[in-house]
Design a protein around this ligand. Structure first.
Ligand SMILES: *Cc1c(COP(=O)(O)O)cnc(C)c1O
Length: 352
């Protein structure tokens, strides 16, 4: 069979270590999983109720256009209408849909280390990838990324805040970057951690989408909304691009229970903001403890922290964290998800 040779070069997803693979003698089976930036809270009660309600309709296809969800998302982003909103089976699918609308051959510029999925998704759809190193402060380097743009560049992805470094660029810098980018290059702002950014001016990032032809933002219900298992993400896009995304999109990929849960969760902005504040208090506590223990860490604007410590350190108290080298960091760094208070207690117990 003639298959695409590019696929041979794409490594399968390299998952975090599992409890079974760890030989430390921790006297319990109850490991704490702080590997995947999931929220310890899970779905809001309103989202749980909405999921249960959809069971009676599970034999029917979902709403193909996800209208109520798209309207709820548009309402939360002043000035946008549901024509500017696309949804996906996780924002991962929206990222792929966006890459599918780009002309080929061509190249996608990304910061590095960043979300490894960008590189594999680009190659799968037939685009090349160019990785631009973070600066000395672990931040994306807009000038270096701009300098890397060539006539072959179809898109630039700015993961903001960046996974796995946890750093972010303020809106003024993102705006300057967007303005400097040629109009025929798509700027994808991956805002999976949007709701955790402390800076009050950042909430206006969707204005960039409104004011341009070539800026889209992707966000997700997998993080602050605690719905990772239901696979709902979305994109905010200029109408023309949103229209093209819908043409590329797999019909009915966004399941009914997830749509209902996400719509219900969008209806509770105060509860979501409250969770974000709680997470930040825990993040401060964890970062302070890292500092007090003399560990180097990157101050975070997300629900995870990159810290200069090997995973083995935390495994001593039964906590699994993500190995930095799987994410493009040197050996000896780990990405630690901020868990609930008791999970973080276990994490910090490893420091003493
Ligand atoms: C978690 C994450 C996503 C979200 O993925 P989903 O497919 O929505 O679950 C997207 N981008 C980054 C950088 C992430 O860390």
């Amino acid at each position: 069979m003639k298959t695409r040779s590019v696929l041979e070069g794409i490594g399968p997803y390299n998952p975090p270590r599992l409890r079974q693979e760890i030989s430390v003698d921790y006297g319990s089976d109850e490991f704490v999983k702080l590997t995947m930036n999931e929220l310890s809270f899970g779905p809001l009660p309103e989202a749980r109720a909405a999921i249960v309600e959809t069971l009676s309709r599970a034999g029917r296809y979902p709403d193909r256009d996800a209208d109520p969800l798209r309207e709820a998302i548009a309402r939360a982003n002043t000035g946008l209408s549901s024509d500017n909103v696309v949804v996906g089976n996780g924002s991962s699918e929206t990222l792929v849909d966006l890459m599918q609308i780009l002309d080929r051959p061509g190249e996608v510029v990304i910061p590095w280390p960043s979300f490894p999925f960008y590189a594999s998704a680009a190659r799968v759809v037939g685009l090349d990838i160019r990785k631009i190193p973070l600066d000395d402060h672990h931040r994306a380097d807009p000038d270096a990324m701009l300098a890397a743009v060539t006539p072959e560049t179809r898109a630039v992805i700015l993961c903001n805040p960046n996974n796995p470094s946890g750093t972010y660029l303020p809106l003024s810098e993102v705006r300057r970057f967007a303005e400097a980018l040629p109009n025929d290059v798509l700027l994808i702002l991956d805002e999976a951690y949007y709701e955790f950014v402390d800076d009050p001016t950042y909430v206006g990032s969707h204005d960039l989408v409104l004011q341009s032809e070539n800026v889209v933002s992707t966000r997700t219900f997998s993080k602050v909304h605690g719905l990772a298992g239901f696979r709902i993400g979305y994109g905010l896009a200029p109408r023309r691009l949103a229209d093209l995304v819908w043409r590329a999109h797999v019909p009915f990929s966004v399941n009914q229970a997830g749509q209902a849960a996400a719509t219900a969760s969008m209806g509770q902005p105060e509860a979501i903001a409250q969770r974000s504040r709680q997470m930040k208090r825990e993040r401060e506590r964890v970062q302070d403890a890292f500092g007090a223990a003399g560990l180097e860490y990157v101050p975070s604007h997300t629900n995870f922290v990159m810290v200069g410590a090997k995973p083995g350190l935390f495994e001593r108290t039964g906590v699994l964290v993500r190995e930095g080298e799987a994410l493009g960091y040197p050996v000896g760094w780990s990405r630690v998800t901020i868990g609930g208070p008791e999970e973080n207690d276990r994490l910090l117990a490893a420091l003493s």
